[in-house]
Design a protein around this ligand. Structure first.
Ligand code: NAD
Ligand code: 3PG
Length: 599
């Protein structure tokens, strides 16, 4: 036996492992089977978001025009395929060769796209704000991170909203067309003034609040409706937040700035147009789908809506013969809100940085379908995240075949207050550890909760406050699987669940409890757990069987109930013992049961 050899396995960076997936899945290891391919996190078996370690550059498909500065950033890191105007079929064909996809609002990233990617697509970057053209549920189900560029085009969109507001009020577009047609119709194009009029900003987020600020500068009385906006943010710029009905009933002008969601879809409809002031004017630089366009035509014809200025449409481009587009009281632009030179360069850089970061395995600050975790929290949690995954992985391998894992309880013991610990990462990694050894799905931070739910796996979390160092975010993590049989009976605790517990020592995850037995073995390589009658020479016997096969033992630890009674020996091994060696261990007379577990 090579005594306490220091482990040579290297774990990939935490950031990489959080968003990575395995290239192949393995069956649940059985106690006596050695027919296991290695699943060590140290082996280069991650299909990491970027296979930089494998000397292969990732491929990024840019499906819509992106600013040069962003393209340059991408090219430093990836092969960049700029293919614009792809049909849905062409996109589905290309996507299986791509690690990331960047789009604007003109490309539908449908479920078929994720299905066609064959698991290779790891990041979708939306070069802009609205992600209504990306099937987020499908992305999450496929473990694909979606990032957007939420800030760089805010001012551009707000300025376009103001441009449409003023142009509409003064009939700029109609008058321009008339003069160009050789006419001089000064009486026809008398406008309305903005000063003193009430503008209702519908959706008081980034764009909405910038529009409000500018409209106040034009002397308008600004109110806003946004069920989720904090009132003090509105008050700070002199805007009153009001209910939906009050907003639409009192406004002379309505400016729409909410996202398109099931709740906002066609929110301006016949019923709501009927509640508006006669002669109201509407600006939409949000999304076409928030207006029932047929109802808007009716409201225009009835004179309820005097004018509308629209940058966005339910279907883009809209049909040429659309009654709405052709209506003389409607001013239109072809989704130009974000289209300034400055915004496009900003968006391109913002999305390129987010996509490259995600491909490197970093947690994206603009993730749409995954938790965003501040870097300092991530650094602190790093060894506990590794511990969490390994405990999940160990616990599930202790389940006897056919048991069906349904209920898992995780206990986090810490000296910190419960709200001082973000457990989403830990839960995701425990879920990854629990599911991956027994299925063909890969689990990452994006799809962990979804995958658990889909498999009917209920994970409950409990916080226990114990004395300890406030420097440490956690003292220990315990994973219990209820209502199952174990292939290693000693793993069943007094209360009847499979129980494993671990902590972090000097930055290294350790297993410290199995069932009711205390052990202490570092969670690296693989582990053999043996239950035996406590007696002299056991460590030597098992150690020499492994030594004969040149299997390096990294740790050994024995936990016992009482001297000369039952004990559990935990042996950390760097290599996988052969089937024969495992059988010989099982044949040692004092050994009552044993299990070989891959980490
Ligand atoms: N025309 C363009 O080129 C262009 C450019 C940028 C943004 N946009 C669109 O503008 C909209 C706003 O963008 P943003 O960056 O300000 O987003 P944001 O997320 O900062 O703001 C959206 C706001 O809408 C609010 N909201 C959600 N549901 C609502 C509801 N039912 N009623 C009222 N408010 C509701 C949210 O609370 C949030 O404050 C999005 O639809 C975006 O896609 C369009
Ligand atoms: O949501 C957005 O960011 C805007 O609608 C801009 O869309 P675009 O990138 O297609 O111009």
């Amino acid at each position: 036996m090579a005594a306490s050899a220091s482990p040579t396995l290297r774990t990939p960076s935490l950031r990489t492992s959080l968003l990575s997936s395995f290239s192949s899945k393995l069956p649940l290891p059985s106690a006596f089977s050695v027919n296991l391919r290695p699943r060590s996190v140290g082996a280069p078996r991650f299909v990491v978001l970027v296979s930089a370690s494998l000397n292969a550059k990732p491929t990024v498909l840019v499906a819509e025009k992106l600013g040069e500065a962003g393209l340059d950033l991408l090219k430093e890191f990836a092969n960049v395929d700029c293919s614009y105007n792809l049909s849905p079929e062409e996109l589905c064909t290309k996507i299986s060769l791509c690690d990331a996809l960047i789009v604007r609002s003109g490309t539908k990233v449908s479920r078929e796209v994720f299905e066609s990617s064959g698991g290779r697509l790891k990041v979708v970057g939306r070069a802009g704000v609205g992600i209504d053209n990306v099937d987020l549920a499908a992305a999450t189900e496929h473990g694909c991170l979606v990032v957007n560029a939420p800030t760089a085009n805010t001012v551009a969109a707000a300025e376009h909203g103001i441009a449409l507001l003023t142009a509409m009020a003064r009939n700029v577009a109609q008058a321009d067309a008339s003069v160009k047609a050789g006419k001089w119709q000064r009486n026809k194009y008398v406008g309305v003034s903005l000063v003193g009029k009430t503008l209702a900003v519908m959706g008081f987020g980034k764009v909405g609040s910038e529009v409000a600020r500018r409209a106040k500068g034009l002397g308008m009385h600004v109110i806003a409706h946004d069920p989720y906006a904090p009132a003090d943010r509105a008050r700070a710029i002199g805007v009153e937040l009001v209910g939906f009905d009050e907003a639409i009933a009192t406004a002379d002008f309505l400016s729409l700035h909410m996202p398109l969601t099931p709740a906002t879809s066609k929110i301006l409809n016949d019923e709501n147009f009927a509640k508006m002031k006669k002669g109201v004017r509407i600006v939409n630089v949000a999304r076409g789908g928030v207006i029932d366009e047929e109802a808007l035509v009716r409201a225009l014809d009835a004179g309820i809506v005097a004018q509308a200025a629209l940058d966005v449409f339910t279907v883009e481009p809209p049909p040429k013969d659309s009654k709405l587009i052709q209506h003389e009281n409607v001013t239109v632009t072809p989704h130009l809100g974000a289209s300034t030179m400055e915004a496009q360069e900003g968006v391109a850089v913002e999305i390129a940085e987010a996509v490259v970061g995600a491909l490197k395995g970093e947690l994206a600050a603009t993730a749409v379908n995954a938790p965003m975790v501040p870097a300092e929290v991530l650094t602190e949690l790093k060894p506990f995240v590794e511990l969490a995954e390994k405990l999940g992985r160990l616990a599930v391998q202790l389940v006897a075949g056919g048991s069906g894992v349904k209920t898992v309880k995780v206990t986090y013991a810490s000296s910190r207050a419960p709200d001082d610990l973000d457990t989403r990462l830990l839960r995701a990694m425990i879920t990854k550890g629990l599911i991956e050894p027994i299925s063909s799905v890969f689990v990452n931070l994006v799809n962990a909760d979804f995958t658990a739910k889909q498999r009917g796996l209920r994970i409950t979390e409990e916080r226990v406050i114990i004395d300890g160092s406030p420097e440490k975010p956690l003292e220990y993590i315990q994973v219990q699987i209820a209502n199952v049989e174990s292939k290693f009976a000693s793993a069943i605790s007094d209360s009847g669940e499979i129980k494993v517990e671990g902590l972090v020592k000097d930055g290294v995850p350790h297993l410290t409890k199995v069932g009711s037995f205390e052990v202490d073995v570092s969670l690296e390589g693989s582990i053999i757990l043996c239950r035996q009658v406590d007696q002299p020479g056991m460590i030597g016997k098992v150690g020499s069987i492994l030594g004969e096969e040149n299997v390096n033992v990294s740790f050994m630890s024995v936990g016992r109930i009482a001297p000369r009674k039952q004990a559990v020996m935990a042996i950390g091994v760097d290599e996988q013992p052969s089937k024969e060696s495992l059988k010989r261990i099982g044949d040692v007379p004092a050994i009552e049961e044993f299990v070989f577990l891959k980490l």
